[in-house]
Design a protein around this ligand. Structure first.
Ligand SMILES: [Zn+2]
Length: 289
């Protein structure tokens, strides 16, 4: 009897040890062993999935022009021929005569530092629908003591391609001090400031500010047009005075009242909600119609 008891005790001990060893092995695998990953490859990527999610949300927050194309968008979007679509457009000098214009991409005073491809004349073009809505905005702000000042409106695809070529050359940082002092050039595309498609090419997006009618001076928005920086976020409070914030709101509220949608990343950028060509990216040059 004594001997049998001892044998049973030894067997029990061995089984217990085996269970402990088995548990230790499983714990080791769960804590990051390679064999688990080999059989469950999706477990390899939690960090990169997070990183993608983060950059996506950053893009959505910061980007005005960045248009993530879903597969359905890719099927329906269309880049027009160089002469196509002009009939649907008007000159803002005729449709909104009270608005001032300073078409920066026709000049070298922009973040690239040279005239941008496709800007053959310093004029602003928009779709008839966007121009009609902008006329209402202009009348609205005129009653409040301001005039609109247009920096950019319709932007041909060839101009966006010029931006992309520039973004791909890390050595060309001529205008960094003025237009992107706080961000490395390499971040501009990633954060959505430069993108492969621009809503401006659809003809119903405009970049603009306010000018004080009494002084003729641009209203202080706490940053200038095309300052590629978090400082330009429309609803930012940090580093922005109450007056600067209220100035941004005068522009934003007037645009929203007349059918435009703002973006979070750029206080100067607005798109007509009911834009007539939501899937067409035009490529005729900017010049008088
Ligand atoms: Zn814009």
């Amino acid at each position: 009897m004594k001997k049998k008891k001892r044998i049973r005790w030894i067997v029990g001990l061995l089984v217990g040890l085996a269970v402990i060893v088995y548990l230790l092995i499983m714990l080791g695998i769960l804590a990051g062993g390679t064999s688990w990953k080999k059989f469950h490859p999706e477990r390899n990527a939690p960090v990169s999935e997070e990183a993608v999610g983060l950059s996506d949300s950053l893009s959505n927050t910061l980007s005005a022009d960045n248009i993530p194309l879903s597969s359905s968008d890719s099927l329906t979007e269309k880049t027009s021929l160089p002469s196509e679509g002009i009939d649907g457009f008007v000159m803002l000098s005729e449709a909104v005569p009270d608005a001032l214009q300073e078409i920066r991409y026709y000049t070298s005073f922009n973040f690239v530092g040279t005239r941008i491809d496709g800007y053959e004349e310093p004029v602003a073009l928009l779709t008839k629908e966007a121009a009609a809505a902008l006329k209402e905005v202009s009348d609205d702000v005129m009653r409040q003591g301001y005039r609109l000042k247009i920096y950019d409106a319709y932007r041909p695809v060839m101009a966006v391609q010029h931006f992309r070529r520039w973004a791909a050359d890390p050595t060309d940082t001529l205008m960094k001090a003025y237009f992107y002092p706080n961000l490395p050039k390499s971040a501009l595309f990633r954060l959505g400031y430069i993108s492969s498609h621009s809503k401006h090419s659809r003809g119903s997006t405009v970049d603009l500010t306010l000018v004080d009618k009494a002084t003729g001076m641009e209203v202080d928005m706490g940053g200038t047009f095309d300052l590629l920086d978090p400082q330009s976020n429309s609803l930012r409070r940090e580093g922005i005075t109450e007056q600067q914030f209220q100035n941004r709101m005068v522009l934003r509220n007037a645009m929203v009242r007349h059918g435009f949608r703002p973006v979070s990343s750029e206080w100067w950028h607005f798109t007509l909600l009911n834009e007539p060509y939501p899937n067409t990216y035009f490529n005729f040059p900017v010049k008088s119609l």
